[in-house]
Each structure stands twice: as structure tokens, then as C-alpha cells.
Write a protein that binds this ligand. Structure first.
Ligand SMILES: C[S@@+](CC[C@H](N)C(=O)[O-])C[C@H]1O[C@@H](n2cnc3c(N)ncnc32)[C@H](O)[C@@H]1O
Length: 201
């Protein structure tokens, strides 16, 4: 399936704060990143138009990468950042087709892995994750929780608990922190998210 047109259309049709996953401030992600990796490089996988990159730059991180399948999303984030966009590395690709050429200290993904509902796509994602991290890297995954919605952006999702995320990643990753969060959409609906932070062995 070519996922790119779906996501470019989603970001072209709606303003940042009109999509269900919008967060004015990604507080939980920032707290988890600060806890498990207070310094070091960060890649936000499927970062889209998230304000995480703004906050990471504000916090003094100087090696931040945003990867997304949608150029429209990345362009929107670049415009918002203005001159600061040049401090960020931008990668436009489908994560399941990506061959990383370096590693990061932190891999962060909020609401991307859950769109991969077949084992083969999940396996290619995990292969990219392993190629883009090293022993000691932190991996933060956030997906719809077991009590969360069955669809996101009109697409089916695979729901997880922190424990089932741990099982899917495998024994090479140690679960260090977890949380459940009731995300409030811009139209005041509740979506339960699971967050899990791992350390790569
Ligand atoms: C639900 S949004 C979450 C965006 C952002 N992480 C946040 O929390 O605001 C999912 C994001 O993943 C991106 N995406 C979806 N499938 C992808 C894939 N296969 N590879 C890379 N990015 C993908 C979309 O373009 C979108 O920006």
C-alpha cells in the first residue's frame, strides 16, 4: 500500500490543530525523553507537524532529526520553525523502506508504529529501528492503548499495552518506563494511548 498520498492529503486538508493527534505541547514524550536520555541525539519517527522538535531545540538538543512519510507535514514544521529549521535534519521516507546510515541515542515514535497492522511491515519497522540505534539507545513508542480507538486518521491500527510492545520488540530491549495517557482531541474526544520507554541492550 502506498501510504504517502493519504498522509500528504491529511496534512494538506487540515490545520495542525484540527487533527485528532494534535498536542499543543507533547508533555509526556518530553518527560520520558528527559528521563531516559537527558542528553544525546533524537530522531522523531513520524514526527509530522508535532511540536516535539520545537521543544527539543528549546531544551538545547543540537542533534535532532524528524522523519516522516509526508513532505507536506515536514514543510509545515519547517515553516513554523523558521530559521531554526536549518538546525534540524529532515528525512522524508516511508519508515518501512528506510535504510538508516547512522544511529541515534533516542528513537521516539508517537502514533506511527500502530498503523503497521501486518507482521511483515512491523518487522521492517523493527529492522530500521535496530539499524538506527545502538546498545544503550532509548526507544520510546507510543501507540493507541488496548482501550484506545480501533482507527486513527481513517486507517485501522494495532493497539498495544506497554507489555505487548515489549513482547513485539523482543528481548533486545528492556522496558524502563511506561504510562497510559488519556489524550484529549481538539474536539474533546478521549483517546487512550500507551507509552513505553525501552533501553536497547
Ligand atoms: C497520527 S500522526 C502522529 C504525528 C506525530 N508523531 C504526533 O504525535 O503529532 C502519524 C504520523 O506518522 C506519519 N506516518 C504514517 N505512516 C508512516 C510511515 N510508514 N513512515 C513514516 N511516517 C509515517 C504520518 O505522516 C503522520 O505524520
Amino acid at each position: 500500500m502506498d501510504r504517502k498520498p493519504h498522509w500528504n492529503a491529511a496534512y494538506t486538508a487540515k490545520a495542525d490543530d484540527q487533527v485528532s493527534w494534535f498536542q499543543q505541547m507533547p508533555t509526556r514524550s518530553l518527560a520520558m525523553i528527559a528521563k531516559v536520555a537527558p542528553v544525546g541525539s533524537v530522531i522523531d519517527v513520524g514526527g509530522g507537524a508535532s511540536r516535539l522538535v520545537d521543544a527539543l531545540l528549546d531544551a538545547g538538543r543540537d542533534d535532532v532529526t524528524v522523519l516522516d512519510i509526508s513532505q507536506a507535514a515536514l514543510d509545515r514544521t519547517k515553516v513554523r520553525l523558521g530559521d531554526r529549521a536549518t538546525k534540524v535534519t529532515w528525512i522524508c521516507t516511508d519508515i518501512t523502506e528506510w535504510r538508516p546510515d547512522r544511529t541515534w541515542d533516542v528513537w521516539h515514535d508517537r502514533a506511527v508504529f500502530h498503523f503497521l497492522t501486518d507482521a511483515a511491515s512491523q518487522d521492517t519497522y523493527i529492522k530500521a529501528l535496530k539499524a538506527a540505534t545502538h546498545p544503550g539507545s532509548a526507544v520510546i513508542l507510543s501507540t493507541f492503548a488496548l482501550t484506545g480507538p480501533e482507527r486513527c486518521s481513517g486507517l485501522p491500527v494495532q493497539r498495544y499495552s506497554p507489555a505487548s510492545l515489549a513482547a513485539r520488540l523482543g528481548s533486545g530491549f528492556v522496558l524502563e518506563d511506561e504510562a497510559l495517557e488519556a489524550h484529549v482531541t481538539p474536539w474533546a474526544a478521549i483517546q487512550d494511548f500507551a507509552y513505553a520507554a525501552f533501553r536497547r541492550r
